[in-house]
Design a protein around this ligand. Structure first.
Ligand code: UDP
Length: 537
């Protein structure tokens, strides 16, 4: 009944059996096998750092909706043909993490498999007591999988919606999550309106603290004992595995080519005969590479060249972890759901100021240069500066290491609880890690906390949603009123009123208004592990 650390990969492979002949899990299995030695080592190292005993073994269902036939996305079919891999990276690492932590895993990817498991659910009208007999403790899925759940369990949905953890790369903001609000404000999208608690969405990067940051592991082999040291050459590798990503980038690449040899790993569809080729002839294209070969190429290269798409993938962090410098295209104006097709319908207002905002904001120079790639002189200067360096230092944030991911996911599993009917664990993060701050006018809680080197923590909004709390924090309001909206609690500097939140689902770290000083719950964090407060592991 206790979760015991398990490092036997063959046991995990038995759980990762393809439900049909579509080879849906092939890429995931490959990645897990390749990374297993490092993962097992990290697990042991974490065990030495913190007490991993006495954790309850949880029954965890992982349902990969993106691989199901119904998704229509052909993720399974395109995993070795240049299809998107970022999501598969995240799922691989999640599966590996849950297994190593010693939980009991069931993995599905087709709606019929799901139906088989959910049929064991108690009937919708059964008494509350039987909720304890739900066949699972936690369910990880994506939005496609969530839709399949809703369809199959119908009346039973309300019972286990609190068990759900949605893997949601780009995140879902509270305003888009609450269906009634989104609908009334005409921002309801196909992805939004799920009415879950915002922290039930797990993102790929620490976008907004309204959601939980799941992340993934950045693969790196620099310190492996069997890796031969490779000399770094005057070579740049382009980040773009599909031809369409290269379109319109000739001028930018021509300039780089005049300074350094350019390589690529572009998937070429040999069946498509009449395709125009957007890849300049001077590029040394290796075709899509397997993990090992790609990493060798990264260790040989000095520069990893961003083309502006794909957004926020794992590859730039891999490049930096292998010592290459990332050229990150700047976006001015920023890209968002308001002006960019790719983000249309994504339930977030986030504005991307570059292809990889995490690399831009959390890493920066000398690992990342965020530049306007249309400014040829700036491109030339940046590339020359990098090439003239004597040393190339790899960098890997702790939160993207195997150990960092194990620590973070373990903390979530042990402490997060979205179900009212379960025994509520101690408040997490604890009050001792949290400070309440009245932000400046026009500043969101995300930014108000960050300005004090703290992180907004939405789980503590409820504690400060009162006139008294606003007064204690320095607001001076004779009157107060309740408002429904993402900006509250706040002090209105024009009317001198304290405004509290009426709808708890709308507590939100993001959102600002020129007239409002927002009251914000801010917590401390572990350097390199921003998702956790100090002592919260
Ligand atoms: N990748 C690979 N071979 C290649 C190019 C990329 O195995 O030739 C891997 C890469 O190491 C990374 C993953 O594909 O782990 C996803 O890469 P990317 O950043 O391009 O994200 P995506 O757009 O696929 O989500």
């Amino acid at each position: 009944r206790y979760a015991n650390i398990s490092t036997d990969i063959e046991e995990l492979m038995k759980v990762l059996v393809d439900p049909n002949e579509r080879q849906g899990y092939a890429w995931i299995r490959m990645r897990i096998r390749r990374m297993w030695p490092r993962f097992s080592k990290a697990m042991k190292s974490l065990q030495l750092k913190q007490d991993m005993n006495g954790r309850r073994k949880k029954k965890i269902l992982v349902h990969l909706g993106l691989l199901s036939k119904q998704s229509g996305w052909k993720f399974a079919e395109s995993q070795f043909k240049g299809g998107p891999l970022g999501e598969l990276v995240q799922w691989s690492d999640l599966v590996a993490t849950l297994f190593l932590l010693g939980h009991q895993l069931t993995i599905t990817s087709e709606a019929e498999q799901l139906a088989g498991i959910l049929n064991k659910l108690p009937a919708a009208n059964s008494p509350c007591q039987s909720r304890k007999e739900l066949p699972v403790d936690i369910i990880y899925t994506d939005i496609v999988g969530l839709r399949q759940f809703k369809k199959h369990v119908k009346g039973g949905y309300g019972k286990f919606s609190c068990l759900l953890r949605i893997v949601d790369s780009f995140g879902t903001e509270p305003a888009y999550n609450l269906r009634s609000w989104a609908k009334a404000h005409k921002i309801l999208t196909t992805w939004g309106g799920q009415d879950l608690q915002p922290q039930q969405f797990f993102t790929m990067f620490p976008h907004s603290p309204d959601n939980s940051f799941m992340g993934f592991v950045v693969e790196q082999h620099l310190n492996d004992t069997n890796v031969v040291k490779i000399e770094r050459r005057n070579q740049a590798l382009v980040y773009g595995k599909n031809e369409y990503m290269w379109e319109g980038k000739a001028a930018y690449l021509d300039v780089i080519k005049s300074l350094v040899e350019i390589h690529g790993t572009v998937y070429i569809d040999t069946d498509a005969k009449n395709k125009t080729h957007s890849i300049p002839s001077y590029v040394n294209n290796h075709g899509l590479l397997n993990g090992e070969d790609l990493h060798t190429l990264l260790r040989q290269s000095k520069i990893f060249i961003g083309l502006g798409f794909p957004y926020e993938g794992p590859a730039p962090l891999e490049a930096i972890a292998n010592g290459a410098v990332f050229i990150n295209p700047k976006f001015n104006p920023p890209h968002s759901s308001k002006n960019t097709k790719f983000f249309k319908g994504k339930p977030t207002e986030r504005k991307l100021t570059s292809q990889h905002p995490y690399a831009e904001q959390f890493l920066g120079e000398p690992y990342v240069y965020t530049i306007d790639i249309k400014n040829i002189q700036q491109v030339k200067d940046t590339v020359s500066r990098i090439l003239h360096r004597n040393e190339f230092h790899p960098y890997m944030p702790y939160e993207y290491t195997e150990e960092g991911m194990l620590q973070r996911m373990n903390a979530y599993i042990e402490h997060q609880n979205f179900c009212q009917f379960q025994k509520q664990p101690a408040k997490w993060p604890p009050n001792s890690a949290v400070k309440f701050i009245l932000g400046e006018k026009g500043v969101s809680c995300k930014d108000a906390c960050w300005a004090k080197n703290l992180i907004c923590d939405p789980s503590h909004f409820r504690d400060i949603n009162s006139k008294e709390s606003l007064l204690e924090s320095g607001a001076t309001c004779p009157q107060s009123k309740e408002i429904t909206g993402i900006l509250y609690p706040s002090f209105n500097t024009v009317t001198n009123e304290c405004e509290t939140q009426k709808e708890e689902f709308l507590f939100s770290c993001v959102g600002e208004h020129l007239e409002l000083q927002r009251l914000c719950p801010c917590r401390n964090y572990i350097k390199g592990q921003t998702a956790l407060c100090q002592g919260c592991e």
